[in-house]
Design a protein around this ligand. Structure first.
Ligand SMILES: [Zn+2]
Length: 70
């Protein structure tokens, strides 16, 4: 059985459920978030559930995934 990450939990990656370290979810400035300097994999962005898109940050590990990893 696979545990489905909660799309409304902004502190967790919607893809794998791991803590995403998002500065915004932690109440810090968006500029201090790791994602501002990271390169997001297009396939990872495309894999984000529709109800989590634009709301929940993915984690650094998923952001650097290649299509072969998903
Ligand atoms: Zn993740």
């Amino acid at each position: 059985m696979t545990e489905r990450p909660d799309p409304n939990d902004t502190t967790k990656c919607p893809l794998c459920g791991a803590p995403n370290d998002c500065a915004i979810a932690a109440g810090r400035d968006a500029e201090s978030c790791w994602c501002m300097t990271a390169t997001m994999s297009q396939s990872a962005l495309a894999a984000i559930p529709a109800d989590a898109q634009g709301k929940v940050c993915i984690c650094a590990r998923c952001a650097s995934r290649t299509p072969a990893d998903i």
